[in-house]
Design a protein around this ligand. Structure first.
Ligand SMILES: Nc1ncnc2c1ncn2[C@@H]1O[C@H](COP(=O)(O)OP(=O)(O)OP(=O)(O)O)[C@@H](O)[C@H]1O
Ligand SMILES: [Mg+2]
Length: 236
């Protein structure tokens, strides 16, 4: 029972808004296994991004323990957090967040530089990833010269550049038309054969492709019983 990649134990996250306290996460217990795709769905303001940020150590819980890849991330110092994020987590954002004055190749190579990979190897690995993601003809393009779908594929290549065990995506198809969005789903599904991919989404089609769907309401988890049955036969 110790092989979960992510484990939340009694995790709460409260925000104070004037005299009011908002529980963005309320006593959440959760285990997510290594590899596969998990979708998090729920209404706006239900706490989806809060959950994702705590998984990626971008945010600390108010109470409880967050264990990722064997580390109690709620107890790491800020230096340890930076190292943890670089090594273990890749992020994909709704708005892509590519660096505008860098080419597609340079955007993908950059996180490897932070991890001490040599220039020649960074370039070779970035190129191989972009070719694999059908962007071999766009290596030298800057973000403004790419379509939204292409930008998001570059962003996914960047997210997996350091071979993280965990990829976190917050509404990755929110700014895309349905055709480009579908390509992104397929890519994330491919990525999830080797890594754990957690996707926050409003898109039904994306949630359907996931191995497991976690519904959230008012900071509390409501698991989809059907996906739990699928998970039991697949992953547990
Ligand atoms: N930094 C913050 N300060 C105060 N309240 C916050 C903060 N971040 C989130 N909240 C509150 O926590 C709750 C959950 O927010 P969260 O962003 O996790 O929701 P979400 O499910 O991702 O919503 P959306 O679908 O709109 O992105 C909301 O009520 C929100 O207003
Ligand atoms: Mg959100």
């Amino acid at each position: 029972m110790n092989n979960a990649l992510i484990e939340f134990r009694g995790v709460s996250k409260s925000y104070r808004k004037g005299s009011e306290v908002v529980d963005a996460a309320a006593n959440v217990d959760l285990r997510i296994q290594e590899r596969g795709m998990v979708a998090i769905v729920g209404p706006s303001g239900s706490g989806k991004s809060t959950l994702l940020h705590m998984m990626g150590a971008m945010d600390r819980p108010t109470r409880g323990e967050v264990l990722v890849a064997g580390e109690a991330v709620n107890r790491l110092s800020s230096g340890e957090l930076t190292r943890f994020r670089r090594k273990t987590v890749g992020f994909v954002f709704q708005t892509f967040n590519l660096i505008p004055n860098l080419t597609a190749l340079e955007n993908v190579a950059l996180p490897m530089e932070f991890n001490g990979v040599s220039a020649a190897e960074r370039s070779a690995r970035a190129k191989a990833l972009l070719v694999r993601f059908q962007l071999g003809h766009r290596l030298k393009h800057r973000p403004r010269e790419l379509s939204g779908g292409e930008m998001q594929r570059v962003a996914i290549a960047r997210a997996v550049a350091n071979e993280p065990r965990l990829v976190l995506a917050d509404e990755p198809t929110g700014n895309l038309d349905s055709r480009s969005g579908k390509l992104i789903y397929e890519l994330l599904q491919e990525v999830s054969r080797e890594r754990t991919v957690i996707v926050v989404t409003h898109a039904e089609e994306l949630a359907k492709l996931a191995d497991r769907v976690i519904h959230i309401r008012d900071g509390q988890l409501v698991e989809d019983p059907n996906s739990a049955i699928r998970l039991a036969s697949n992953t547990l």
